[in-house]
Design a binder for this molecule. Structure first.
Ligand code: UT7
Length: 372
């Protein structure tokens, strides 16, 4: 059982939608500038009571239901985020508790790249035989860390969560290969200067807005165009495939121009590239799982599709993974699914044994009846 097949998926976005026209009233910007420079038209922003944990739990419940699993079936929960509800405890434990799961849980922090890192990590737990069912969440409520007076950044980000469930399988599905990269020399191109131990919060750090995201957009743009295509190519080669065999590219949704450039570098037509940045903006670690869920829902990712997920972000980090989808099982018999999977397997074995005994008893009778 060395492959982690994706058997469930779910997503959640806050109710509140902030459009470019709303932003026009807040900073010196225009819908035209934002659309042409980024491809974003609107984004979801968390309201009262909506946190990284709450969005994650909703996405995770959908993924579990789709997988036909109960929280009790989970062996591990990984949560990719840079915006946990608290610095302590880890948001992964809050999510584990609210789901009612009884397993280990931890956070993976690698900026916008976090979900691909977490997916690759989850695959290792399955490949080693340690675990059978792993929940991987990518979630962010990044809006409180946005400086809503800075037009360079506030037009870009949005909140949301996406989740998948991996199940151990013999079939070569799930993460077939991955590439993880980091170059901390570019850390200050995308960072939050205060709030950590290097610069704890003070009145001064608050007054200077040092708890908000600060970004050198041009440098991050250049970095993204350097790493996106090359990471995707490396992951595809590692999987023993060629770009022609890839059904869909699911890139981090940071800027439509970056995505289009990467597609050109890879020689992929845009029909083979999934883009939903217009409705979500950049949701950081949530962007790839939300895009994956929408791509499945809209039929761009089908049974047995091979997709490449590729991301970049704070760190600076980058990552790519080649993922093969398996057969999509239909979530049926909702009540039956409420029973933990081990108990269901035992029940199936018992019913099978009963059927065999009944068959053995009825067969002579049937033979006698049909003879007459
Ligand atoms: O997950 C990773 C996160 N980050 C990213 O992926 C960001 C990557 N970078 C980008 O997406 C782009 O660099 C931006 C969208 C951030 C900026 O686009 P750009 O085409 O690189 O614009 P620029 O920074 O070169 O700025 C061009 C002009 C500047 O005006 P001047 O100096 O030429 O007069 C900016 O002040 O556009 C101005 N500008 C804006 N104008 C209207 C910057 N932001 C805005 C805005 N509305 N929101």
């Amino acid at each position: 059982m060395k492959y982690g097949r994706i058997v469930g998926w779910g997503k959640c976005a806050p109710h509140k939608v902030l459009t470019n026209f709303d932003l026009e009233k807040m900073v010196d910007t225009s819908d035209e500038w934002i659309v042409t420079r980024t491809g974003i038209r609107e984004r979801h922003i968390a309201g009262e009571g909506e946190t990284t944990a709450s969005l994650s739990v909703t996405a995770a419940r959908q993924a579990l239901e789709r997988a036909g699993l109960q929280p009790a079936d989970l062996d591990l929960i990984l949560v990719a985020t840079s915006s946990p509800d608290y610095l302590l405890p880890p948001v992964s434990s809050i999510i584990q508790d609210r789901l009612g799961a009884k397993c280990g849980a931890f956070m993976v922090t690698a900026g916008c790249t976090g979900f691909v890192y977490a997916l690759a990590t989850a695959q290792q737990f399955i490949a080693s035989g340690a675990y059978r069912h792993v929940l991987v969440v990518g979630a962010e409520v990044i809006s409180p860390a946005v400086d809503w007076t800075d037009r360079n950044t506030c037009v870009l980000f949005g909140d949301g969560a996406g989740a998948v469930v991996l199940k151990a399988s013999e079939e070569p599905t799930g993460v077939l290969s991955f590439v993880l990269g980091s170059d901390g020399s570019g850390a200050k191109h995308l960072w939050m200067p205060a709030g950590g131990v290097a610069r704890p919060p003070t009145h001064e750090t608050v007054d200077r807005r040092e708890h908000t995201i600060q970004m050198n957009g041009r440098e991050v743009f250049k970095f993204a165009t350097r790493v996106l295509a090359s990471a995707a190519v490396e992951a595809v080669e590692k999987a023993g495939l060629t770009m022609d065999e890839i059904d869909l590219l699911i890139p981090h949704q940071a800027n439509a121009r970056i995505i289009e450039l990467a597609a050109r570098q890879l020689g992929l037509p845009m029909e083979k590239v999934f883009v939903n940045i217009d409705r979500y903006g950049n949701t950081s670690a949530a962007s790839i799982p939300i895009a994956l869920v929408e791509a499945i829902e809209q039929g761009y990712v089908k049974e047995n599709s091979t997709v490449v997920m590729v991301g970049f972000g704070a760190g600076l980090t980058w990552a790519a993974a080649v993922v093969k989808m398996g057969v999509f099982t239909q979530p049926r018999y909702a009540l039956w699914r409420t029973i933990p999977s081990r108990a269901r397997t035992r029940a199936r074995v018992a019913v099978g044994a009963l059927q065999m005994r009944a068959g053995a008893l009825l067969l002579p009778l049937y033979a006698r009846v049909t003879k007459r």
